[in-house]
Ligand binder design. Structure first.
Ligand SMILES: [Zn+2]
Length: 203
């Protein structure tokens, strides 16, 4: 098997190999990949629990761990990777897309969102953009500040979809019924996880 990961230079790969060998969790993971996984999740060490669901996609090539064709980045290099991914100060979705083809670690998407929402360069440029009234109505300043919601019916169930206008991230919740109280309960739980929405553009 060959690493077909063109976005990584050789020097980077060497560093990833080096750091993977020093990363305790990734070393546990390497042993499981080589020796085989047990039948039950509770038989694996806790630190690799978050890899369990996609254990079949994992492989070990030249001391680097791959998930499909994506390189699993050791913990010590993740912060640096976030910096690199966000070098051009692209938005959350574009940055995620950039990562999606080449690198992975558990929780990477949430960390990208968090990293960008705290980026001072992006915050400053959003602040100056939102001084224009036109832009203000289009781009919220912060994630989960403005959301759109809709209810759709699929496969005998009703679903609530909530879209964050800032990141275009969306969440879907299955509804027990379409009474307002039920919809509001689901919306509250989504908002509680992301912070409170100040504007809800209900259709
Ligand atoms: Zn930025």
């Amino acid at each position: 098997m060959v690493i077909r990961n063109t976005s990584m230079s050789d020097r980077n790969l060497e560093q990833i190999m080096e750091e993977t060998s020093k990363d305790d969790t990734l070393q546990t993971l390497t042993r499981l990949i080589i020796d085989g996984w047990p039948d039950e999740k509770n038989e694996v060490p806790k630190e690799v629990f978050e890899y369990w669901n996609f254990r079949d996609e994992l492989s070990n090539v030249n001391r680097i761990i791959l998930k499909g064709e994506k390189i699993i980045i050791p913990t010590s290099m993740r912060k640096n990777m976030l910096n690199k991914l966000h070098e051009g100060h692209l938005g959350i979705e574009k940055t995620r897309k950039l990562a999606r083809d080449s690198i992975f670690w558990p929780g990477i998407n949430a960390q990208i969102t968090d990293f960008i929402s705290k980026c001072s360069v992006c915050l400053e440029s959003r602040r100056s953009n939102t001084k224009e009234p036109m832009a203000e109505s289009e781009t919220p300043e912060l994630p989960w500040m403005t959301v759109g919601t809709d209810i759709f019916y699929w496969n005998i169930n009703n679903y609530l979809i909530i879209v964050d206008y800032y990141s275009r991230y969306f969440e879907i919740a299955k509804l027990e019924n379409i009474r307002a109280s039920c919809v509001i309960t689901h919306m509250k739980s989504v908002f509680a996880r992301h912070g409170i929405s100040s504007k809800n553009l209900l259709d």
